[in-house]
Design a binder for this molecule. Sequence first.
Ligand SMILES: [Zn+2]
Ligand SMILES: [Zn+2]
Length: 217
Amino acid sequence: MDLHIHSTYSDGDAIIDEITRRARERGMKIIGIADHSTDHPRGLNEKKAKRRRVEIMNAQERYGIRILDAVECGILEDGKIILPEHEFDLVIASVHTHLPVREVYRRIKMCILKNDVDIIGHMHAGMFSFNSNIPELDMEIIDFAIENGVAIEVNSYHSSPPESFLKLCSSKKLLYSFGSDAHDLSMVGDIDFSIRMAKIYLKKGRNIVDEMHNTYR
Ligand SMILES: [Zn+2]
Ligand SMILES: [Zn+2]
């Protein structure tokens, strides 16, 4: 499964039909087309989300794999996210701005608290140097995510979160998700890092796809 793929509906290069074909070739049974939300200049609005839904349904039928109608929102000031009026299957929220370390943690916490999000995307990536993460605050986010039923994404493109973070997860019943963050066809289903990290550190955790199993059977 690869729940983090961008299409031409935001800043990706590939169309949904070819993404789905490629995902099936790579053995994926479930994918998420997670285009950027309205906070991104090329992101989804209500009209685009509606059109995209039709393409998702068509591709799903053509290739016989489950496609989630997903979105990736930026986490803005005070943990806010912006979503178009649309019924998404999956909401990923990620920090996309360079910020002081503590502000990143604060925004993520507020975001989990204030919004109905499913996944926190690429923690630590591009936000601050991997060495500057703060273990106590990492731990707080982990516990907070578990308490609120929010998954942490293991993102293969960004190699995120760093192993120091994942190590803290080993004894926890963390909900997690896999994503390639593909912006072109060659990256679709590229989740080797995610699988490797989950095998080492997330044995006690639970994959969000299993959690959704009943809903998406
Ligand atoms: Zn992102
Ligand atoms: Zn992304």
